[in-house]
Design a protein around this ligand. Structure first.
Ligand code: 5RP
Length: 221
């Protein structure tokens, strides 16, 4: 396995949160792909996975791991996923891979959300990474105008992308996010927005930041 050392270190550290034979939630992205590779090496480790994207579902199946629907799985003990930005308070920006809606649903359905990321993703203030927002296609222009009116920034359409749910993504540039919970709520109030990429109302419970030097763990409490 030739993953960047930070991704691999964070993914390996997440293995300690797994209960043998359990059904877990699995997110999307290059760091999660390393985690899936690790699961593939040790097949009995999980019984099955609820996947946050079609891309991860394919990878899980290729790795010989059964995938199940969230409706059949019920509440999950553990969700493992990456992030585009993270703070010490474990608030996140996610959705760089476009899977934010299923990600926020699975995070909400899970008792423990373990976020795995390279240490470079840690920021003092969220917003340098453009904030993804999943939008119903017919509402795209209206939503973009409302975003500018309510929170500012510069929403741009992510070209040639349709989400697994058949929607489009606006990426909001030039935001400095001082109150992530408030901004998450404000965005959720705009009709036509399905999900925004702020994970602040439900932050990660554990943040594992990997680098060549090792793993920094930030936990609730
Ligand atoms: C996908 C995500 C990913 O977790 C996020 O983009 C991080 O990806 P990577 O591990 O490739 O840096 O939110 O929607």
């Amino acid at each position: 396995m030739s993953a960047e050392p930070g991704k691999r270190a964070a993914a390996e550290a997440a293995l300690q949160y797994l209960d043998a034979g359990s059904v877990i939630g699995v997110g999307t992205g290059s760091t999660v792909n390393v985690f899936i590779e690790l699961l593939a090496w040790d097949k009995g480790r999980v019984r099955a996975a609820v996947s946050s994207s079609e891309a991860s579902t394919r990878r899980l199946k290729d790795a010989g791991i059964e995938t199940v629907d969230l409706n059949t799985a019920g509440p999950l003990d553990l969700y493992v996923d990456g992030a585009d930005e993270a703070t010490r308070h474990r608030t996140l920006i996610k959705g760089g891979g476009g899977a934010l809606t299923r990600e926020i649903v699975i995070a909400g359905a899970s008792r423990t959300f373990v976020c795995i990321a390279e240490a470079s993703k840690l920021v003092g203030r969220l917003g340098a990474f453009p904030l993804p927002v999943e939008v119903i296609p017919m509402a795209r222009s209206f939503v973009a105008r409302e975003i500018v009116k309510r929170i500012g920034g510069r929403p741009t359409l992510r070209e040639h992308v349709t989400t697994d749910n058949g929607n489009v993504i606006l990426d909001i540039h030039h935001l400095g996010i001082d109150e992530p919970v408030k901004m998450e709520r404000t965005l959720n109030d705009i009709p036509g927005i399905v999900t925004n990429g702020l994970f602040a109302i439900r932050p990660a419970d554990v943040l594992l930041l990997g680098s060549a030097e090792g793993v920094q763990t930030l936990k609730r409490g």
